[in-house]
Design a protein around this ligand. Structure first.
Ligand SMILES: Cc1cc2nc3c(=O)[nH]c(=O)nc-3n(C[C@H](O)[C@H](O)[C@H](O)COP(=O)(O)OP(=O)(O)OC[C@H]3O[C@@H](n4cnc5c(N)ncnc54)[C@H](O)[C@@H]3O)c2cc1C
Length: 394
């Protein structure tokens, strides 16, 4: 990757765009803007490849956006053909189309490398903080791992730094954050489990009947197992992460993977949250930073990529001339591009992740597979999805 530490940068650096966060949203936007000839700086506080709490699944929206952006290659992918929905007293297997399992560390590195190849400068191991606007530039302080700070100036700064990162704006410009009070916590680990209980090509989603949340398990292309879960804050606090995840799996009689207790578990902030405003002067929010709902349907990467594609033309306009209505225009465009899908995802989360409704939903799907259409469509809302899902196993 074309990366260099913050200490080597010139304090008077001027950029068309500085993008904070080299996850899928930031990397793809950096690539689009660099391709149009803009001078783009993409920074990330982590050293790449870096782990990420994620179910590791790409759905139709993500695959479509990757195709459109010409970045389908450069990372290994395992096609997924089945989703197994498990609850305490039922298991239903449904056919899936147009979905892949990927390793996030490798996938995100490939996207950042692709941005660097198109001309964006990528600096990793650099934490960014936004300062107020001065003239036609927003200033950004970059701090490396040794605490060495430099300042760059950009005509547009895009915050694509993940959940809750509108807080990178100066205090007076921070939007109010709307959080669901019962919002769950994201946790995840990658395990060296070599048993054949979770076969390649199958995504297993397990819901708790005790209101503890749900977990997704998938075999990655390199044979490791990815587990990601959305846990109620009460379960995480009372049982601890490992026991809460183990309990969800055990009650649904799903196999307990090897290494569950010894794995390195990572956490994500409260999942369902949305800033009331998607930016401030010369600063726009993108990807999870612009709002996220729980990941039952696993489309966060797709939303991040799709919204990067949607933001690109507006970002070019903002680089050229900042107009005060750009934040509102971005907000409307964002709502059209991903807002409706996020609402549908929230409904599925309520249905499948709810305490009492899950066993009922699974039994109903077993009896009448067409009832699963909204669930599968939400998991995979693309034309390749069978309109009436087929039950492979009950
Ligand atoms: C439990 C769980 C399971 C999930 N499962 C799936 C799934 O299966 N499929 C799916 O599509 N989505 C899934 N998601 C959602 C998905 O992970 C996110 O929606 C997606 O990563 C959002 O991408 P992003 O580019 O907005 O942010 P991120 O991928 O979070 O990237 C943000 C980047 O910003 C960097 N950063 C943060 N602060 C700073 C700073 N101050 N300065 C510089 N850099 C900074 C971080 O290091 C990070 O690299 C899941 C999420 C969770 C929590």
């Amino acid at each position: 990757m074309n990366s260099k530490p913050a200490s080597q940068s010139d304090a008077s650096d001027r950029w068309c765009a500085c993008i904070v966060g080299a996850g899928p949203a930031g990397a793809l936007l950096a690539q689009r803007l660099a391709q149009s000839g803009h001078r783009v700086l993409l920074v990330d506080k982590a050293a790449f490849p870096r782990p990420k709490v994620c179910g590791g699944c790409l759905g139709g929206i993500a695959l479509g956006a990757l195709r459109e952006a010409g970045v389908e290659k450069g990372y290994a992918a395992q096609p997924l053909t089945t989703v197994s929905l498990r609850g305490p007293r039922a298991e239903v297997k449904l056919g899936l189309a147009n979905r892949q399992a990927i390793c996030r560390a490798e996938f995100d590195t490939a996207l950042a490398q692709s941005a660097a190849r198109t001309g964006a400068e990528v600096r990793t191991g650099v934490r960014a903080r936004l300062n107020p606007v001065q003239g036609a530039f927003r200033q950004v302080t970059l701090e490396d791992a040794h605490g060495l700070a430099t300042t760059v100036r950009a005509r547009l700064v895009v915050i694509a730094a993940g959940l809750g990162t509108s807080a990178l704006l100066p205090p007076a410009e921070r939007p109010t954050i709307k959080r669901r009070l019962d919002s769950r916590l994201g946790v995840g680990a990658t395990l060296h489990d070599h048993a054949d209980s979770y076969p390649p090509g199958e995504l297993t989603m397990v819901s708790s009947d005790e209101g503890h949340g749900y977990a997704g398990v998938v075999r990655l292309p390199d044979g490791r197992l990815d587990i990601a879960a959305a846990l109620s804050t009460a379960a995480a606090a009372e049982l601890g992460i490992v026991e809460a995840v183990a309990r969800i799996l055990r009650r649904a009689r799903a196999p307990l993977p090897e290494g569950l207790a010894t794995a390195t578990w990572r956490t994500a902030p409260r999942l369902t949250q949305r800033p009331e405003r998607l930016g401030a002067e010369r600063a726009l929010l993108l990807g999870d930073a612009a709002g996220y709902v729980e990941p039952f349907t696993g489309e966060g990467i797709g939303w991040a990529l799709r919204s990067a594609i949607e933001l690109a033309p507006l970002a070019e306009e903002a680089i050229e001339t900042w107009q005060p209505d750009i934040v509102e225009r971005w907000q409307r465009r964002h709502r059209r591009a991903v807002g409706r899908q996020q609402q549908r995802c929230r409904m599925v989360c309520n249905l499948m992740g709810g305490r009492s409704v899950t066993p009922w939903v699974l039994r109903a799907i077993t009896a009448a597979p067409w009832l699963a259409a909204p669930v599968v469509r939400s998991i995979d809302p693309t034309p390749a999805t069978p309109s009436v899902p087929y039950v492979l196993h009950r």
